[in-house]
Design a protein around this ligand. Structure first.
Ligand code: PEP
Ligand code: MN
Length: 371
């Protein structure tokens, strides 16, 4: 059970002490406070754990300082959507809004290689009005002999270039806890010219210690990829690990599932699950068409499969697109085969706009039709 307190009640308020006395007196109930900074206000919530079935919702709502009560019936306690649950499904990070009602594009390099390529990419983004990107510094690779990313060494110049080109958010994968400190330290040392969204990749979806570490810090939001070989429920529980440690600024990213060898795409597209995850949870839902499709193949309509996949996710309501670009894909150190080129950036963004407009128009029409 979750008690959502009045906006003027915090652990420092006199009514809180009153409330705490009541809660301490409840048999076989433990409780803990969680505070969340929304766009406008600080929200204080209390999580009741234990034999909450015996508690009466109306009694709990009448306790001092309590505004609303949410009875948690679903497994994803914090990030899930529960009955009468009006908790937010959005957050703002470094001036950029991420929510179930918006769409952000994070186009960029799969892996940071040279300062020239990073600069060219970011300049193209700025020219096209983009303030977000993706840049991998720590790369989990299938082969131990493949390029593993430049690691901490590239962070200062990547962040400085981001500042130069007005980039506000960089999605950057981490594969172990130490990477969080390295990123924080490099941001600090360069004077915070940009922000970082920690990305946890599909190979680490159930790396519980990494999830807990990323969840313990609340400065940077987390983009969690769906596990490519586990159930959706398992992946959503992984997201809940982040929230249970304190960080609820979590975006869930669909990226395709492993099926079997010889498939036309690198992974089997799962973007039909965008509305499912939005229904089950309050997380904004992203799609990664690059790592799902994995090739630059085109249909007979001359449209790249990656463009079609992107549109499929957006027209179903996706809130974020993570997409690989490269100024010189033939010389990219990672995933050049699926990278779009800088010439394609404005064309891609226009296609994203068309798909988003179509989604919004569909919602308006269909919501009106269902009375
Ligand atoms: C990536 O986005 O660079 C990546 C490795 O993705 P995934 O974890 O989905 O394979
Ligand atoms: Mn990649």
């Amino acid at each position: 059970m979750i008690l959502i307190l009045n906006t003027d009640t915090t652990p420092e308020s006199p009514s809180f002490a009153d409330l705490a006395r009541h809660l301490d007196a409840l048999p076989r109930i433990r409780w803990r406070v969680h505070q969340e900074k929304g766009a406008q206000q600080l929200l204080t919530e209390i999580y009741l754990i234990g034999e909450t079935a015996a508690l009466d919702t109306a009694d709990m709502a009448a306790l001092p300082g309590v505004d609303r009560v949410v009875r948690v019936s679903e497994p994803y306690r914090i990030l899930g959507r529960h009955q009468d649950d009006h908790r937010p499904s959005e957050f703002v990070y470094n001036g950029v809004h991420f929510g179930q009602d918006s769409l952000q594009v994070l186009a960029g390099l799969c892996a940071v290689d040279t300062p020239e390529h990073v600069g060219q990419m970011m300049r193209a983004l700025q020219q096209n009005g983009q303030v977000c990107t993706r840049m991998g510094a720590y790369k989990p690779r299938t082969s131990p002999y493949a390029f593993q990313g430049h690691g901490a060494a590239c962070l200062p110049w990547v962040f400085e270039l981001a500042g130069k080109y007005g980039i506000r958010v960089i999605a950057m994968e981490i594969t172990r806890e130490a990477h969080i400190d390295e990123i924080q330290e490099a941001l600090h040392r360069t004077g915070n010219p940009t922000g970082v969204m920690l990305q946890i990749g599909t190979r680490n979806t159930q790396n519980f210690e990494l999830l807990k570490a990323a969840g313990r810090q609340r400065e940077m939001p987390v983009l969690l990829k769906r596990g490519f070989g586990i159930t959706l429920d398992e992946s959503l529980n992984a997201a809940e690990y982040l929230a249970s440690e304190g960080n609820r600024n979590v975006i869930f990213c669909l990226r395709g599932l492993k099926s079997h060898m010889g498939d036309p795409h690198r992974n089997l597209l799962d973007f039909g699950h965008v509305p499912v995850v939005k229904r089950l949870t309050r997380m904004p839902v992203g799609i990664d068409p690059s790592h799902s499709v994995g090739t630059r193949h085109k249909g007979p309509d001359q449209v790249l499969d990656i463009f079609h996949a992107t549109a499929q996710g957006i027209i179903a309501g996706a809130n974020l697109v993570l997409i690989d670009f490269h100024p010189d894909p033939a010389n990219a150190l990672v995933d050049g085969a699926q990278a779009l080129t800088l010439d394609e950036l404005p064309i891609f963004l226009e296609d994203v706009r068309i798909a988003r407009d179509a989604y919004l128009e569909r919602c308006t029409r269909l919501q009106r039709a269902v009375v």
